[in-house]
Design a binder for this molecule. Structure first.
Ligand code: HEM
Length: 548
């Protein structure tokens, strides 16, 4: 079976049209210096920032290194509120917790928009999803469904058993690989684990490790997701310079996006059709004789939807009312939200666990302390369960420290101002883009002692600081209206992943490599993977029957 491991991880890149156009744009630069003058009228009211080129602004300065590193370095010169230009759009980059509070706490609503994008518009059925939906009634509606119907503690509890089963399956295959003396590629293992977890919730199917989906479907799923990721990572010149939008069409890239969207759409539609046919069968077999009133009919239908909803998120979503309350949520909205959860929820969580284990290997004293806590609270004659988590304070401290040093969306998801706003004395026009540089904020020496050290003790001393958006010096999930609704699921996934790995195994690196020399280089993408996936040799610490 083709797996994500057999395909190279997509990287952040300009499309070919972008390279071609950058050359063209270079030639146009002098002629277009008029743009400089028009920008100047804004610039005097905006915060300080590096000199912007005509037309492309500062786009050329955001590579080839990781943009969050580059912007962090720049902020040391220009300050925690810094201005750049992304083509024709002003961008404000915020690099301190205090400044972030002014934007996403005090003026949260004004900055609640999302910038539009060519690929985003196509993939999201014209912004029918949550992530890219503009701030407004529709976004509020689907966001509420996410928070109050899908990712609720109660709903997540119903998926506790499948989550435990998936984790045990991963530990088992690691045990078997270990017995054969094979090194385990943790990026792949955790990627499959996270993907199976999410797709079992969303679609009631698992696609990896002897998945229930069948080889053909697994292959198709992998290819589709890879293509969507690759496209999403391609910077399109038309997203930054609107009058060059036509290039995306002429270069053929728009056709590629539409093809990928078509594939994903028909893949997801299959799941909606299964659900509809189940519902129909249910109606044929169970429906009593004609209901007396429309109201009764509606209540009856509602109940049937509710029953089918218990199975997976597709069912739950199909049972939700439309935005205006006159019918059901449109099928495009169902697919757009499912797509969101699939893309936002898989890599982010898996990569956090991988970074966490790498830090534990480089810090054997922390690993020892964590294993001692696990052995004391859980013991060595059973496996860790989610109900143990509240009794594992050191694990919680370790997890927070991993989220602090390795936010997998280091620049968050861009916000956009919906009106002209004044913040900290600077005036920002409508449609100014906002990046919260979470990477810089969470390493800010003004907020953290020894900020570059992996030291969970800081959270042992200050356990009240958490990742739930109240303490802006630690906000890997963002904060405010647009904060990540998947946070409860992600926190459990990361805590359980680290707990089960540390409890089940001791680890060595292939070739006897010294863990202190482990390469911790990261690369920017939709999330932030290690450049070199972590490979380990696991050595069991528990009785054999707990693995099989
Ligand atoms: C370690 C794991 C994760 C991290 C670090 C993370 C981080 C983030 C961040 C920083 C944002 C942007 C917040 C903002 O705009 O201010 C976000 C948004 C979002 N996340 Fe997550 N996330 C994770 C896991 C998940 C999971 C598991 C799901 C769902 C299954 C999810 C679904 C979403 C959605 C739907 C949004 C868009 C919210 C909106 O625009 O209203 N995320 N996430």
């Amino acid at each position: 079976m083709a797996t994500l491991a057999s395909i190279p991880v997509p990287r952040f890149s300009w499309s070919l049209e972008g390279f071609f156009l950058l050359g063209l744009v270079g030639l146009l630069t002098i002629a277009a210096s008029i743009f400089l003058f028009s920008r100047k009228s804004f610039d005097s009211q905006l915060p300080p920032g590096p000199t912007a080129w005509p037309i492309i602004g500062n786009l050329h300065q955001l590579g080839p290194k990781n943009p969050h590193h580059i912007l962090w370095e720049m902020s040391k010169k220009y300050g925690p509120v810094m201005r750049l230009w992304l083509g024709s759009h002003p961008l404000v980059v915020v690099s301190s917790a205090q400044a972030a509070a002014e934007f996403v706490k005090v003026q949260d609503k004004a900055w609640g928009g999302r910038p539009p994008s060519i690929a985003g518009e196509i993939f999201s059925y014209n912004y029918r999803n949550v992530v890219w939906a503009p701030y407004g009634n529709y976004w509020r509606h689907v966001r509420k469904i996410c928070s109050l119907e899908l990712l609720t503690p109660k709903r997540l509890e119903t998926f506790r058993a499948p989550r435990a089963e998936e984790l045990s399956q991963m530990i088992k295959t690691m045990f078997q690989d270990g017995e054969k003396g094979e090194a385990v590629n943790l990026q792949v293992k955790l990627g499959h684990l996270s993907s199976n977890n999410i797709t079992r919730m969303l679609l009631n199917k698992r696609f990896f490790d002897a998945g229930t989906a069948g080889e053909e479907d697994s292959h198709r799923f992998t290819e589709l997701i890879f293509e969507v990721f690759s496209i999403s990572l391609t910077l399109l010149i038309g997203d930054f310079i609107p009058w060059l939008k036509w290039v995306t069409t002429v270069s053929g890239f728009k056709a590629r996006i539409k093809k990928a969207k078509g594939g994903l759409d028909s893949f997801l539609q299959t799941f909606l059709e299964i659900k509809k046919s189940k519902l129909l069968q249910h109606q044929i077999h169970e429906k009593p004789q004609a209901s007396e009133t429309n109201e009764e009919e509606h209540a009856d239908e509602q109940q049937q939807f509710d029953q089918s909803a218990e199975e997976d998120f597709v069912g739950v979503l199909m049972a939700q009312p439309s935005e205006d309350g006159t019918g059901r949520l449109a099928e495009d909205s169902v697919k757009a939200v499912i797509q969101d959860l699939l893309l936002a929820g898989t890599d982010t969580s898996a990569l956090t666990v991988e970074w966490g284990l790498a830090e534990l290997l480089r810090n054997p004293i922390v690993m020892k302390k964590l294993q001692t806590e696990l052995d004391t609270v859980v013991g060595k004659d059973r496996i860790v369960m989610e109900t143990d988590l509240p009794n594992l304070p050191y694990l919680q401290a370790v997890t927070k420290e991993v989220f602090r040093l390795h936010p997998t969306t280091p620049l968050g998801i861009p916000h956009e101002s919906m009106e002209t706003t004044t913040v900290l004395g600077f005036k920002f026009p409508t449609k100014t883009r906002l990046f919260l540089n979470l990477y810089a904020i969470q390493r800010d020496p003004m907020m953290w002692e020894w900020p570059l050290e992996f030291d969970p003790e800081r959270f042992v001393k200050n356990p009240e600081i958490d990742v739930r958006g109240k303490h802006l010096q630690l906000m890997p999930f963002g904060t405010g209206r647009r904060m990540c609704p998947g946070m409860p699921l992600a926190v459990v996934f990361v805590q359980m992943g680290l707990a089960r790995l540390a409890h089940s195994f001791d680890f060595t690196l292939p070739g006897g490599e010294d863990p202190l020399k482990l390469d911790m280089t990261e690369t920017f993408g939709l999330s932030t993977p290690r450049v070199h996936p972590l490979h380990v040799h696991p050595k069991p610490r528990l009785p054999k029957h707990l693995y099989l």
